[in-house]
Ligand binder design. Structure first.
Ligand code: RAM
Length: 495
């Protein structure tokens, strides 16, 4: 499907590759004022989170160096990573993501460039070996850092001091994920993920306004749809543009609201019209997942069949139905379709009939009738819960100690947005101040992939050493604070 369009779509995507803004930055503290001996350690602080490549300018003191310099260099997004080690690592994703390497430098003086790009605020250098006859002089350390975001287009946020801090960190998060495309995290996975793109594009629309980058990413996804026309959950751009062989029910469908959002933010109808058939095709592909009798989505035990949140025990059946409805509604905003409209109503009713627990006033999911926060949030966002029921299901989750909690800033975004939908603006603001504010209170420059205030070691990967601490999907406080959605009289829903 769409095979004849893909070369052209790829061409458009590549023509929109950004010219990155480059800057040279130096540490604000930690530069040694003396020559280093074997086993010495320094920690350089660059004063903010950056993405780029490091250079060391080195020389020696004493006799002519008669042995190589052997250094261990660790790049850390935040201070907690400085003391983490890989000893006993049992996580299930590659420890290759941990930002550390060793270097041997045979000849001094030397200008040593690290070829790999890193995401960091701190750089820790351990002198593993010199010889007794000379010492190492660190003459200069600098990094060439990059972003596709133009800081000069930003307007300062006015108002509450805490909100200003929360916004600043959100902007930094988005900015540093904006490279050749919208990366999910510049430490890890450095990939274009649909779920992350949707929230990045949203925040970009009220901040950096790099609409061309959003358009590029839409075309990258379009160009890499598989033979059936299914959009992948994520894609690589190196060594060539290629979809990952990972497909998620929700991430494929989110191409639809991401396209709508882009069209609404830019008024670019040409792109919308060009990509709309592919967007609508995602709904057609999703049909196979529905039971035509009940109009309910079939559950699946395939790990990651539908993402929703990084909570492994979460049953996704209800959320998947809600996300289908949410995306179908976004499609209807781009193209009228009476049949689709009817299907939305049927599936909404089916969801209410099978999964609404009238006594408790909340939605359950799966054969075990699991109660989760995620189900209530998506019930609201999809309009399955309406009127007084909508706020009631969010309250019911809060009142139910067994409700499966939310894990990621990604899910918390949806919760705050659901609160706006039910006109709980003050509460939404408080969620942002409490949740993202708690990360800010820890002195972070960028927001994280995972944050559980009750468990700082929370990681879906088995160890926090591979967590990403500048993660795209947590940049949305800047959208909440700048779009006006938190204002009492603002429109409560969007695609
Ligand atoms: C992780 C990444 C990414 C996310 C996927 C589903 O691998 O953090 O951001 O979208 O999960």
């Amino acid at each position: 499907m769409f095979e004849e369009k893909k070369a052209e779509w790829l061409h458009i995507a590549e023509s929109l590759k950004p010219t990155l803004h480059r800057e040279t930055v130096r540490p604000i503290s930690g530069m040694p004022d003396h020559a280093l001996a074997e086993n010495d350690q320094i920690v350089l602080d660059f004063g903010n989170h950056f993405v780029g490549r490091l250079t060391l300018k080195l020389s020696s003191q004493g006799s002519h160096p008669d042995a190589p310099v052997w250094l261990a260099v660790k790049f850390c997004e935040n201070a907690r990573e400085l003391n983490e080690t890989l000893d006993g690592y049992t996580g299930w994703i590659s420890k290759g993501w941990v930002q550390q390497e060793q270097a041997h430098i045979d000849v001094l003086p030397a200008v040593f460039h690290f070829s790999r790009r890193y995401a960091f605020r701190f750089v820790k250098i351990d002198v593993l070996a010199l010889s007794l006859r000379y010492r190492l002089v660190i003459e200069d350390v600098f990094a060439e850092v990059t972003t596709a975001a133009d800081d000069s287009v930003l307007c300062p946020l006015k108002g509450d001091a805490r909100d200003i801090i929360i916004d600043r960190i959100a902007l930094r998060t988005l900015r540093n994920c904006m490279q050749d495309f919208f990366e999910d995290g510049p430490k890890r996975d450095r990939r274009l993920w649909m779920g992350d793109l949707r929230l990045q594009a949203l925040t970009n629309s009220v901040t950096y306004r790099n609409d061309a980058l959003v358009r590029r990413c839409l075309y990258l996804f379009a160009a890499t749809a598989d033979r059936e026309g299914r959009i992948a959950a994520c894609l690589f751009t190196e060594p060539r543009v290629e979809a990952d062989d990972t497909y998620m029910f929700d991430y494929s469908l989110f191409f639809i609201p991401t396209l709508l959002q882009y069209a609404q933010a830019t008024g670019d109808r040409t792109t919308m019209d060009d990509l709309l058939p592919l967007a609508l095709h995602q709904l057609a592909l999703a049909e196979a997942q529905f039971d035509p009798e009940t109009q309910l989505i079939r559950d699946s035990d395939r790990l990651g069949w539908c993402f929703v949140d990084w909570a492994l025990p979460l049953n996704k059946q209800f959320c998947a139905q809600a996300i289908w409805i949410y995306c179908a509604r976004a499609a209807l905003q781009m193209k009228t379709d009476p049949l689709l409209e009817e299907k939305v109503l049927l599936r909404r009713e089916a969801a209410r009939k099978h999964w609404y627990d009238r006594e408790r006033r909340l939605f359950v999911s799966g054969a075990e009738r699991q109660i989760s926060w995620a189900s209530q949030v998506w019930a609201v966002l999809a309009g399955i819960a309406e009127g007084a029921d909508a706020a009631a299901c969010l309250d019911a989750a809060a009142a139910c100690p067994d409700a499966l909690p939310m894990v990621t800033p990604y899910m918390m975004h949806h919760y705050a947005e659901a609160l706006c939908c039910v006109n709980r603006k003050t509460q939404a603001r408080q969620v942002i101040r409490d949740y993202w504010g708690a990360m800010a209170d820890q002195g972070t420059d960028t927001y994280w992939e995972l944050f559980n205030p009750a468990d700082p070691d929370e990681s879906p990967y088995g160890s926090p050493v591979v967590n990403s601490f500048c993660h795209a999907w947590s940049c949305t406080p800047a959208w909440f604070l700048r779009s006006g959605i938190l204002e009492e009289n603002a429109q409560n829903t969007r695609a």
